[in-house]
Design a binder for this molecule. Structure first.
Ligand SMILES: [Zn+2]
Ligand SMILES: [Zn+2]
Length: 182
């Protein structure tokens, strides 16, 4: 089934030009379902020459937002995990009730929470949990230990718990293995 007029009009609102719409046909994109086959914005962009901005707008419309995208703070309300109070890491000011992960501290103007890297999937972001895979962030200083435990085959949920439960001596042993693997 070809793209309907409505679908074409929606694509135009995403920034797809008529020339690009014509190119869709040449590349075999004939229905909304074809975007699911394409899979992601980068592939769509490579296939059709659309800018990555337009391609990602089209893919978000056609197949939904990619699971691994880092949610921009401006893209909508983000519920603070667990609803607990957040304190600025720079000036220790308590953040307002409507604080969202990624917001700037009203007191000192810096990002209230550090950006942490995920030991599991490698993406990074603010908050306590990775927006890419849902894994709990570990302290930056223990990232290498968490990666090592992942390589050991521990499940994602267990690793932050295990690190918290470990004694300094146990961590030293792990650090020894991290250094050897470098
Ligand atoms: Zn602050
Ligand atoms: Zn992750």
């Amino acid at each position: 089934m070809p793209l309907s007029d409505l679908e074409k009009n929606i694509l135009r609102t995403k920034g797809v030009t008529d020339a690009a719409l014509g190119a869709f046909g040449e590349k075999g994109i004939g229905s909304k379902a074809d975007f699911a086959t394409i899979g992601d914005a980068a592939t769509l962009s490579a296939l059709t020459g659309l800018s990555s901005e337009v391609a990602s707008a089209v893919m978000t419309w056609a197949v939904g937002a990619p699971a691994a995208s880092v949610v921009a703070p401006t893209s909508g309300p983000i519920v603070v995990d667990g609803g607990d109070v957040v304190y600025c890491v720079h000036c220790k000011a308590r953040q307002p009730k409507d604080y969202s992960s990624g917001d700037l501290c009203p007191s000192c103007g810096k990002q209230a929470e550090p950006i942490l890297a995920c030991f599991w999937c490698g993406s990074s972001g603010p908050g306590k949990f990775c927006r890419g895979c849902g894994g709990e962030f570990v302290p930056t200083g223990e990232l290498d230990l968490a990666v090592l435990l992942k390589r050991d085959g521990l499940p994602k949920d267990e690793i932050p718990k295990k690190l918290r439960a470990m004694s300094a001596a146990e961590k030293d042993v792990l650090w020894g293995r991290v250094r050897k693997s470098r």
